[in-house]
Design a protein around this ligand. Structure first.
Ligand SMILES: C[S@@+](CC[C@H](N)C(=O)[O-])C[C@H]1O[C@@H](n2cnc3c(N)ncnc32)[C@H](O)[C@@H]1O
Length: 235
């Protein structure tokens, strides 16, 4: 062990090196690609789907997505953006922060049949609004396992904000993602999950539902609007 460096610092450096080298032990591209094909075999989506790949990286998944449909890739590292652009001429590669760029797609009312979010850290800040980009779609999502990653105080607080626990379990995370879907009336169902050492890789089906049908509540407009009308007439 290097003198003067903590275990946490050394482990962090090691992980960064694996990230730079596009290590398969960290990225698990084969497992992720198999999961995509398995999900598409069991879950029909329209031909020539619109695909949004957030956190594009070094094109392991872009290669697959570009064969499946019209693909947009978001990546914030200029070198990786240049690399992606040099390989694909039928893929739209955008240099941007994925957490921010999704709001531009929201304001232009875009929807996608497949969204892939494969960040290094937690994807929580994408939610719940990412679901507005999906109506009848598949979501592939990478989430680090809180219990095997060494969490500092900032990450613990971040997790408490998003999941109500500084160390949420697999069930807590899947449950919370479904709840975020319902914030925008999306029924979210887990159709597959992979255990990839330090991360989980999920595939969810996402379906836009009608609030009235989903909750079984009749939206009786007379009852809802009358008190407001009365209020305005009284002024
Ligand atoms: C896990 S890698 C993605 C690997 C990719 N799916 C592949 O298989 O090649 C995460 C990528 O997200 C990029 N990244 C990190 N923060 C980002 C952000 N806020 N917006 C967009 N890209 C980001 C990193 O540069 C890195 O390339």
């Amino acid at each position: 062990m290097e003198i003067g460096k903590s275990y946490r610092a050394l482990r962090h450096e090691h992980t960064r090196k694996l990230q730079r080298d596009n290590s398969t032990t960290l990225h698990h591209p084969d497992e992720k690609i198999n999961q995509i094909h398995k999900a598409l075999n069991s879950h029909a989506i329209i031909a020539n789907p619109k695909i949004l790949e957030l956190f594009g990286g070094v094109c392991n998944l872009t290669k697959e997505y570009s064969k499946l449909g019209q693909t947009i890739v978001i990546e914030n590292d200029q070198k990786k953006v240049d690399h992606l652009k040099s390989i694909f001429n039928d893929v739209e590669v955008i240099k941007a922060d994925s957490f921010i760029k999704i709001y531009e797609f929201l304001s232009s009312r875009k929807t996608f049949e497949i969204i892939d979010a494969d960040p290094y850290g937690f994807p929580n800040r994408l939610f719940p609004h990412l679901f507005l980009l999906m109506e009848n779609s598949l979501l592939f999502l990478t989430v680090p396992k809180p219990s095997v990653n060494i969490l500092n105080g900032i990450t613990q607080t971040h997790l408490t904000c998003y999941y109500g626990s500084s160390n949420p379990s697999l069930e807590d995370i899947i449950g919370q993602i479904s709840v975020w879907g319902l914030c925008h009336w999306r029924k979210v169902e887990l159709i597959d999950h992979l255990d990839l050492k330090s991360v989980w890789r999920f595939c969810f089906s996402v379906e836009k539902v009608k609030a009235t049908e989903y909750t079984g509540v009749k939206n009786n407009s007379k009852h809802l609007t009358l008190p407001h009308k009365k209020f305005f007439f009284d002024i």
